[in-house]
Design a protein around this ligand. Structure first.
Ligand code: PMP
Length: 428
């Protein structure tokens, strides 16, 4: 048993606080010290194995040999930047763009999802000549000054941009499916009117197509249609933030926007794109990308370097060659069915929402007991004690976020479901 498990003061916690300062936060009431990963498993410093049902970044599995091999081969050959000619970035761009519908024909590479959203905002402002943005009430789009100010989930300590208006993400209380699209579209029209009242024209509607930080709102597929029509009628663009939904998370397609039958003007990519290596980017129509280029140049020292492109290409190869979309659909469906069975047995679960290998289990308050968020936090810790890793999400931190690597198997799903069953009994 580690120092952490015995509750002794941990020298790592002290060093971390001293060296990194107080902005960094840890998961779990007894934090984990992870030293190794393989497939869907993580291992702590004592060699204890955990089932990873949380980390979407390692989409093809932790330390996938093909990705590691591509990375080390290119790192041992050359790593420079995009101001020399090179074929790696072009081969990767072709391979990536082939996964998008044809009007989306160009890509600009960055190093993080935050940078991708920041660049998408600049592109949208340049293309429209406008400055307003519409985001959801618990949106998260990243850490740069611009996108942090478009991320209400960071809390009241980070001021929302003067040029931003929020709309509520669809709610579980909007009962009729048909109503969701109309209500969400109507809120976007109201936000456009609120911007206009302050003399601001909208540059874009920026949404995560799975609404992950809003507690996961995938259904009904297609509900984004009226909102996107509203922003386009007002001269704005639709930016699909695919940092969470992209690279096959939903299983039915590579991209979350496809579930809505829409083609965005700009798409931002990140997290799973490099299976842990920092590569991200913006995909868009050449006509939309042109406006910024008329004003200025784009150079990002590390964005699109040969090592990152080799890694990105290996990730796409593995997604294709291992048939991961089909795996996501099959395992995701059985996981969602299992979670709904648990919902029928445990009154703590008030809702289950899922798309592919992303599931949200919304927890209710205990009658005359802990709040929904305390209960959800207790469940996350109880699962960690059973060596299963999940996270928390939602505006009220009352949603279990289950978002494993895409190589999650049915056997992994069964382990998760029985651990959750036990954890629910423990916290009941
Ligand atoms: N957009 C969304 C929807 C995200 O979930 C995140 C990261 N959690 C980001 C953008 C920012 O990405 P990064 O942390 O790579 O900057």
């Amino acid at each position: 048993m580690s120092a952490r498990d015995k509750g002794r003061a941990d020298p790592l916690l002290e060093r971390r606080a001293r060296l990194l300062g107080p902005a960094y936060r840890l998961f779990y009431s007894r934090p984990l010290h992870i030293v190794k990963g393989e497939g869907t498993r993580l291992y702590d410093a004592d060699g204890v194995e955990y089932l990873d049902a949380y980390n979407n970044v390692a989409c093809v599995g932790h330390c996938h040999p093909r990705v590691v091999e591509a990375l080390t081969r290119q790192a041992a050959t050359l790593n420079t930047h995009t101001r020399y000619l090179g074929t790696g970035i072009l081969d990767y761009a072709e391979q990536l763009l082939a996964t998008f519908p044809p009007p989306l024909d160009q890509v600009m590479l960055t190093c993080s999802g935050s940078e991708a959203n920041d660049l998408a905002c600049r592109l949208a402002c340049a293309a429209t000549g406008a400055s307003g943005f519409i985001v959801t009430g618990a949106a998260y789009h990243g850490v740069t000054a611009t996108v942090a100010a478009l991320s209400p989930s960071l809390g009241p300590g980070v001021a929302l941009s003067r040029c931003a208006r929020t709309v509520p993400a669809p709610s579980a209380r909007w009962q009729a499916s048909a109503e969701v699209g109309e209500r969400f579209g109507a809120s976007v029209r109201e936000a456009i009117a609120a911007l206009a009242a302050d003399g601001i024209r909208p540059a874009a509607l920026l949404v995560d197509t799975l609404f992950a930080s809003d507690g996961l709102r995938p259904d009904p597929p297609g509900f984004l249609g009226p909102a996107v029509a509203a922003i386009r009628d007002a001269g704005g663009l639709f930016i699909a933030d695919e940092v969470q939904a992209g690279f096959g998370r939903t299983g039915s397609e590579m991209w979350g926007f496809a579930r809505h039958g829409l083609i965005p003007d700009l798409v931002t990519l990140g997290k799973p794109m490099g299976n842990g290596h920092p590569i991200a980017g913006v995909v868009g129509r050449s006509s939309v990308l042109a406006a910024l280029a008329e004003r200025t140049r784009y150079f990002n020292t590390f964005g699109g370097n040969p090592v990152s492109c080799a890694v990105g290409a290996a990730v796409l190869d593995v997604i294709r060659d291992e048939g991961l979309l089909a795996n996501v659909l099959a395992v995701g469906a059985s996981l969602a069915a299992g979670l709904r069975t648990l919902q029928a047995r445990h009154q703590a679960i008030v809702d289950v929402r899922a798309a592919g290998l992303f599931a949200a289990v919304e927890i209710g308050a205990a009658p005359a007991g802990p709040s929904a968020s305390e209960r959800a936090r207790g469940l996350v810790d109880a699962l960690r004690d059973r060596r299963v890793l999940v996270g928390l999400s939602g505006p009220d931190d009352d949603v279990l976020k289950i978002r494993p690597p895409l190589v999650f198997t049915s056997a992994d799903a069964d382990i998760l479901l029985s651990a959750l069953d036990e954890a629910l009994i423990e916290v009941a």
